[in-house]
Design a protein around this ligand. Structure first.
Ligand SMILES: NS(=O)(=O)c1ccc(NC(=O)NCCCCO)cc1
Ligand SMILES: [Zn+2]
Length: 265
């Protein structure tokens, strides 16, 4: 089973998931000097609608926490997107200390963590699983997280972590979490064509990474690291410090010949 340790981490994934060695992989370093501003992006503002009551369950996937959402009623349109995308889930990536942990980097700079809101193209595909197999199937809104004030919306996730401490555990999200409240105030972003950052690393993601980081506290990051990567009652398979999920980010891959566009300053 893939993971983030030396034995099963990102540099081993291509063995079982050949797409991981592709040329449209994510994450990448955002070289801001390479970004081209694009009037067509400016003319179609990104617009989203989420239904907080539709955030259903939170699960420990073994690779982190994930909040699964009932896609009905949600929508994301505009910017680089054609058609309508629906929210499927959101999750986070972090590091063993807050000097690293984001998946995308900006001019070589890592952030403490990165939040991903995963959407699928409901104009063309029946569900997320199908959409994940097509180059225009998915869109992920990425939010860089930096250490600062406690994040009240993310605190609703943190409060549920003790009940999903081991892999496979899940629980109902009783207090609605509003994804819109986890987005930054200014909506400037970079966008490029990439992939899932975890196996099977499908090259089916239009990435939209907001420029403005959002704050999260050290204590909240510490709570993320308290998740375990193994099932309750089983011994720890990974050689991670007693199976704690202290780090779950993929290092950056080359942008190659892909275009990097930006919208807003
Ligand atoms: N880290 S990430 O790139 O935001 C990401 C997004 C979706 C998924 N998985 C996903 O959408 N699964 C549904 C279909 C998977 C296809 O096998 C995993 C990682
Ligand atoms: Zn992710």
């Amino acid at each position: 089973e893939w993971g983030y340790t030396k034995r099963n981490g990102p540099f081993t994934w291509a063995k079982n998931y050949p797409t991981a060695a592709g040329i449209r992989q994510s994450p990448v370093d955002i070289d801001t000097a390479l970004a081209t501003s694009d009037s067509s992006l400016e003319s179609k503002p990104l617009r989203w609608k989420y239904v907080p009551q539709n955030t259903r369950t939170i699960v420990n996937s073994g690779h982190g926490w994930r909040v699964d959402v009932d896609s009905e009623g949600s929508e994301l349109v505009g910017g680089p997107l054609e058609g309508t995308y629906k929210l499927q889930q959101f999750h986070c990536h972090w590091g063993s200390s807050s000097d690293k942990g984001s998946e995308h980097t900006v001019d070589g700079q890592s952030y403490a963590a990165e939040l991903h809101l995963v959407h699928w193209n409901s104009s063309k595909y029946a569900d997320c699983g199908e959409a994940a197999d097509y180059p225009d199937g998915l869109t992920v809104l990425g939010v860089l997280l930096k250490v600062g004030a406690k994040n009240p919306e993310l605190q609703k996730v943190i409060d549920l972590i003790p009940s999903i401490s081991h892999r496979g555990e899940k629980t109902e999200v009783k207090e609605a979490i509003d994804p819109a409240k986890m987005l930054p105030k200014t909506l400037s972003y970079w966008t490029y064509l990439g992939s899932l950052t975890v196996p099977p690393c499908n090259e089916s993601v239009t990435w939209i990474l907001f420029k403005e980081p959002v704050e999260v506290s050290e204590e909240q990051l510490a709570a993320f690291r308290s998740l375990r990567c193994y099932k309750r009652g089983e011994e720890c398979p990974c050689d991670e410090v007693d199976g704690l999920l202290i780090s779950n980010y993929r290092p950056t891959l080359p942008l190659g010949t892909r275009e990097l566009r930006e919208c807003g300053s």
